[in-house]
Design a protein around this ligand. Structure first.
Ligand SMILES: Nc1nc2c(ncn2[C@@H]2O[C@H](COP(=O)(O)OP(=O)(O)OP(=O)(O)O)[C@@H](O)[C@H]2O)c(=O)[nH]1
Ligand SMILES: [Mg+2]
Length: 360
């Protein structure tokens, strides 16, 4: 599962990427236009896994992960002022969600490409690029479909034509595809086109350090919509926090009056936006968070652990994390009947602790 980081030049994309991944990437003005793509795997912070690890004291703790990809800036000064570099666009399309970085910090030494700070304008600039990219794909497809239908009026073609016309009308009204509702079949057709405006979106408003106490105010500027989450943080401060030794980090956060880095919230939000949840396996050997999509049945979840577990699935022993913590041990959970046996079709819930019984 991949999240693509995108934004205008000098918005703090690379700072955010380095903070998320711990990778040291060169920062600074003028990075835009350089065809450079950074990728990194990021652990999803989960207090529940931390707690389970304390309790079971395993040799290994394995958190869930998601991947972030940073592509260069959207540089309107570039070449034919076409917006995104086509190479970047290609990378963005393959991602499952987008993270748009919007600059809200002032810095006279690093001028904003538009000459001023304006969160709403910048968000519109970027969303427009998504819409234009999608619109051109839809228009191409419409043209081809119309030609094909003239030759052979096949039902699947007319059905897709109708769908594309609907998307077209929506995009023409400057509205993103993620706001539209589709049947499962339609969604399947659309998936192949990798539309940018259909991807879930997390917007990071990159604020000044001095604005951290009033970060909530920034959120009112960009109201959340279907498939869109908004977070305000200071990428620079988050980078500093991430570079502190563990003990100092705690003190620093306390001084700032916050319980955890805003970055954690960003990662969790990305995970949720992707429609992902975690279930756990526990034991002396390892405590581990496994990633599945919401709605996954037990037998398929077992397959995420190992194909043998899916093939030879008999039953899953399931207890929810909250019940486990409340009662304190698996034995107690069994006694109280909250640790139970579930069959293949049981829909695994976020926070389930699972042991798969299987036979191959
Ligand atoms: N004052 C201030 N500067 C910041 C903040 N976040 C990032 N910067 C600075 O802004 C400059 C650009 O940051 P980058 O993270 O490289 O931004 P970018 O979006 O990757 O930029 P390009 O790759 O050039 O498009 C760097 O010098 C950062 O130190 C912030 O919150 N406050
Ligand atoms: Mg950069």
């Amino acid at each position: 599962m991949e999240v693509g980081i995108v934004g205008l030049p000098v918005s703090g994309k690379t700072t955010l990427f380095s903070t998320l991944t711990g990778q040291k990437v060169e920062m600074g003005y003028g990075g835009a236009g350089k065809v450079e793509v950074h990728r990194g795997v990021v652990k999803v912070p989960d207090e529940r896994l931390d707690r389970l690890t304390e309790i079971f004291n395993p040799r290994k703790k394995v958190p869930a992960t998601i991947e972030y990809i940073e592509v260069g800036g959207l540089d309107k000064e570039q070449k034919d002022a076409q917006g995104f570099d086509p190479q970047f666009l290609q990378v963005l399309k393959t991602t499952d969600a987008l993270c748009v970085v919007i600059r809200a910090f002032e810095d006279p030494i690093l001028p904003h490409p538009e000459g001023s700070i304006d969160i709403v304008r910048d968000m519109q600039t970027i969303e427009t690029e998504f819409l234009l990219s999608d619109l051109s794909i839809v228009e191409n497809r419409l043209e081809r479909l119309e030609k094909q239908i003239k030759k052979a009026r096949e039902e699947h073609l007319t059905r897709e034509l109708e769908l594309m016309q609907r998307c077209h009308a929506h995009l023409e009204q400057e509205r993103p595809l993620r706001e539209m509702e589709f049947t499962e079949q339609e969604a399947l057709i659309l998936r192949g086109y990798q539309f940018l405006s259909a991807k879930p979106l997390v917007v990071v408003i990159n604020i000044d350090e001095k604005d951290i106490p009033r970060s909530e105010e920034f959120l009112t500027l960009l109201p959340e919509k279907t498939g869109v989450k908004v977070i305000a943080l200071s990428a620079r401060v988050e980078l500093e926090i991430s570079q502190l030794p563990e003990e100092e980090r705690k003190i620093f956060l306390e001084d700032m009056g916050i319980t955890e880095p805003a970055l954690n919230k960003l990662i969790r939000t990305s995970y949720e936006l992707l429609g992902l949840i975690s279930f756990f396996t526990v034991g002396e050997d390892e405590c581990r968070a496994w990633t599945i999509r919401k709605g996954t049945p037990a037998v398929r979840a077992a397959g995420v652990i190992h194909t043998d577990l899916e093939r030879g699935f008999i039953r899953a022993e399931v207890v929810h994390y909250d019940d486990f913590i409340r009662l304190g041990s698996l034995a107690k959970c069994r006694e109280q009947g909250v640790l139970r046996l579930e069959g293949k079709n049981y829909v695994v819930q976020d926070g389930d602790i699972i042991t798969v019984r299987f036979n191959v």
